[in-house]
Design a protein around this ligand. Structure first.
Ligand code: ADP
Ligand code: MG
Length: 151
């Protein structure tokens, strides 16, 4: 199932992240693709703040994996940015599976891990429209069928 969401501005992008936060469960993987500046981190910040994170989440690029755990957030979420991963096998050493035991993953640049992406990941591809709005094209797996659309 594929579906499209529109975010005309940054606050709408935040709201989509917040709506996903209301539905996310331990074991979930959300992949966010789209070019630099598409809004992947903006959506992730909306999700994290809806999970209770106070203040703004840093861009994780320098860390690759930025975990957030209770009591900062109501459920563990690791924010992952694979932009600097050159080879799909390089994700192995990140140990991402461990985060899924009791939490969820939000992954920017999931294409960098090639076919190592989990088959039941919710994939959102963000495109910038001519007027600057963002169009999110979702690939909705079976695991999300009763949680879609999120808003
Ligand atoms: P990415 O993580 O994809 O590189 P960021 O979220 O860091 O992108 O930056 C996106 C930029 O675009 C920010 O300046 C943000 O304010 C802006 N932005 C995010 N979502 C939207 C939107 N729906 N419409 C217009 N601008 C947006
Ligand atoms: Mg980013």
């Amino acid at each position: 199932m594929a579906d499209t969401l529109f975010a005309p501005d940054e606050s709408a992008m935040h709201a989509i992240g917040a709506a996903l936060a209301a539905r996310i469960r331990p074991g979930d993987v959300i992949g966010l693709s789209g070019g630099l500046g598409a809004g992947k981190t903006t959506l992730t910040r909306g999700l994290l703040s809806a999970l209770g994170l106070a203040g703004e989440a840093p861009s994780p690029s320098f860390a690759i994996v930025q975990p957030y755990d209770p009591p900062l957030v109501r459920m563990p979420v690791a924010h992952v940015d694979l932009y600097r991963i050159d080879e799909p096998e390089d994700v192995e050493e990140l140990g991402l599976d461990e985060y899924l035991e009791d939490g969820a993953l939000v992954i920017e640049w999931p294409g960098r891990m090639g076919n190592r992406i989990w088959p039941d990941a919710l994939l959102l591809d963000i495109a910038v429209e001519p007027d600057g709005a963002r169009r999110l094209t979702a690939t909705v797996p079976f695991a999300w069928r009763d949680r879609w659309p999120p808003l």
